[in-house]
Design a protein around this ligand. Sequence first.
Ligand code: NAP
Length: 291
Amino acid sequence: MSDLASGIGPISFGCWRFAGNTLAAAEALISAALEVGFSLIDTADIYGFNGTSGFGEAEELLGRVLAAQPGLRDQMVLATKGGIRPGVPYDWSPEYLRQACEDSLRRLGVDAVDLYQLHRPDVLTPPEAVAEALVDLIDRGLVGALGVSNVTPSQFSLLQHALAECRPGLSLVSTQPEFSVWHSDPVRDGTFDQCLELGTLALAWSPLGGGRIGADDDPVVAALTRVGERHGVDAPTVALAFVLAHPARPVPILGTQRVERIRAAAVALDVRLERSDWYELYQSGTGKRLP
Ligand SMILES: NC(=O)c1ccc[n+]([C@@H]2O[C@H](COP(=O)([O-])OP(=O)(O)OC[C@H]3O[C@@H](n4cnc5c(N)ncnc54)[C@H](OP(=O)(O)O)[C@@H]3O)[C@@H](O)[C@H]2O)c1
């Protein structure tokens, strides 16, 4: 396990829906997450973009929070992402990544981020070129550690290999797939096996199905409620417990913009799902009977 992985809480807070909050609301959300020990704060340069404008707005707002309360910076593991470029839409070219990272730091108002993640694969840039750009970010002290998101295990391996060639000993410390009861691909596509093999930190995005937890007529929510009744907890708590139960120890990234829901999430850490509970949920999410 990397130093970064050992220093973060079991749940984290994500900023995809963060732009648009008032500064006071934004401060309350970040403070609440840190207070309950959800130390990794995950953002991206693209968060806030609505299809035409808003690129960088989530980072800017987080930067304003940090300017208002500089003490928060030391309490958090600050993670951002780059590599999605509106209109392109993916760009991991060395020139673009260098610029994107510098722009992120400027918006956040920090000298460095703790984790810089490549957001979605740009299959047109050779891994060697990507690795060179990432090593440059490390050498200049702009980023503490490197990660990826939405990659296949083989894309992960290729970049990992290129990094090690470029700088012996340097490796990717994290990967960020979508993972929830609704979307359990990482347990089948090799992502979590690779995390277990390499000790890579798994960050699980949209752990509550990106809001599907709020749907009344969703069969997965019905299954979550049923299991929750057996444990005396609500459906969102069970959805988080499902993510936390995998041996790769995925860290769910909460997307809620409500302080009380950030606090409530900690209850999931005390829920121990039975094996049969977990597979019942897994089956409901795939929509198929398990053989
Ligand atoms: N790497 C990637 O490509 C990628 C893609 C998407 C997301 N992410 C990361 O993952 C984070 C989370 O994504 P997400 O926002 O889709 O996650 P999520 O936690 O699955 O969904 C959050 C949504 O669920 C709603 N919700 C309804 N009932 C809820 C309840 N009881 N408790 C909590 N939330 C409830 C929230 O509304 P309220 O705000 O009203 O609570 C919010 O709109 C993002 O912020 C981002 O950091 C990464």
